[in-house]
Design a protein around this ligand. Structure first.
Ligand code: TXA
Ligand code: MG
Length: 322
């Protein structure tokens, strides 16, 4: 079994393995990451192979602290330092000019590099034990929901890879990604830091233009998609849909709020509809569990788009699109 308790021996083993070009799955506070030495071109390329990730989709480089992040990148744009000081370690990624310290594969041909200082103790221990910067996309097979439990990473990537089990992820959604594509601070991906909190530091964020050349290349690929067809339904329409579905022979899984009042063997109550952080924390695991349950359809209740609710709803809309 490759899923291991992260004690000092396994942390040392993971660090050594990474230093020799290997891949290791590590917990972060957002989602589990598939890590490799960010300075080792072949190691980073092997991440793309393991995930089935398109080669034009760059990966995030994880650093132990702010000084380390600055040492592996070029000159930062105005506002980047303020964001890093406020939100690192934590669920924020900054896209800044690259330097030659990181392997070209991390940037997938772009002249920028995405940087993050993760908060999870186990990831920090491995960063410090290895002394490396670690390239790490989410540890799922491309197109599957990001793993928020060690077992989810194992289900996607197989038993042969070393996985340090740091427990369920506290945030449960990927990091927010901010870049400066035209000099203005721009939201490239919604995530673990609510937009309002980012804007309190740098002012209004421009929005990455949708289209076929999105600024975060990952956003053009279908993401977070369960194999079972998924519908997002307004809270007000849930009860009548429930009555209709009950009279049909198809099997439906329901992912709903406490307030919905729905209960039953096919119902997963995620959290209060006003607890967006609770939804963020449990959503991907619930999607994976429901997807594995042999249902014909998944119905997920829409929640208010306040705070993390906006990022939760963005993930749900993507999971629902076909
Ligand atoms: O929370 C997270 O961000 C997790 C954990 C493991 O840190 N990582 C993660 O990585 O979600 P990934 O590869 O699944 O998503 C990274 C996103 C992608 O949409 C990618 O296109 C974008 O960041 N990205 C990476 N480098 C970029 C760059 N240089 N310019 C623009 N977007 C970039
Ligand atoms: Mg991902």
């Amino acid at each position: 079994m490759s899923v291991r308790v992260p004690d000092s021996a396994t942390v040392a083993e993971a660090a050594k393995f990474l230093g020799s070009g290997g891949l290791v799955v590590l917990p972060t506070e957002t989602v589990y990451g598939l890590a490799a030495d960010a300075a080792n071109e072949m190691a980073v390329r092997s991440i793309f192979i393991a995930k089935g990730r398109p080669s034009d989709n760059p990966v995030i480089v994880h650093c132990r602290d702010l000084a380390h992040a600055q040492a592996v990148s070029g000159l930062w744009p105005p506002g980047a330092l303020e964001l890093a000081k406020r939100f690192w370690p934590g669920p924020l990624t900054l896209v800044v000019p690259r330097s030659n310290v990181t392997a070209p594969a991390c940037s997938a041909g772009l002249d920028t590099v995405a940087l993050r200082v993760p908060a999870h103790t186990v990831f920090q221990q491995v960063l410090r034990a290895s002394g490396l910067a670690l390239a790490a996309p989410s540890a799922n097979v491309s197109g599957r929901p990001s793993p928020t439990r060690a077992a989810d990473a194992a289900a996607d990537l197989g038993d042969s890879i070393l996985i340090l089990d740091g427990g369920p992820c506290a945030v449960g959604l990927e990091s927010s990604v901010v870049g400066w594509p035209d000099g203005r601070p721009t939201l490239l991906r919604q995530g673990g830091v609510p937009v309002r909190d980012l804007e309190a530091i740098v002012g209004p964020l421009a929005n990455a233009a949708p289209g076929d050349r999105p600024l975060a290349p990952g956003m053009k690929y279908r993401h977070y998609a369960p194999a079972t067809p998924l519908r997002v339904v307004a809270a007000a329409a849930l009860r009548s849909l429930w009555e209709v579905e009950r009279r049909r022979s198809t099997r439906t899984a329901w992912l709903v709020s406490t307030e919905s009042g729905l209960r039953g063997p096919d119902v997963t109550v995620i959290a209060s509809r006003h607890d967006a952080a609770g939804w963020a924390r449990r959503l991907f695991a619930a999607l994976r569990d429901a997807d594995a349950g042999g249902y014909d359809t998944l119905v997920v209740e829409a929640i208010p788009e306040a705070g993390l609710g906006a990022a939760v709803m963005e993930r749900l809309r993507k999971a629902a699109s076909s």
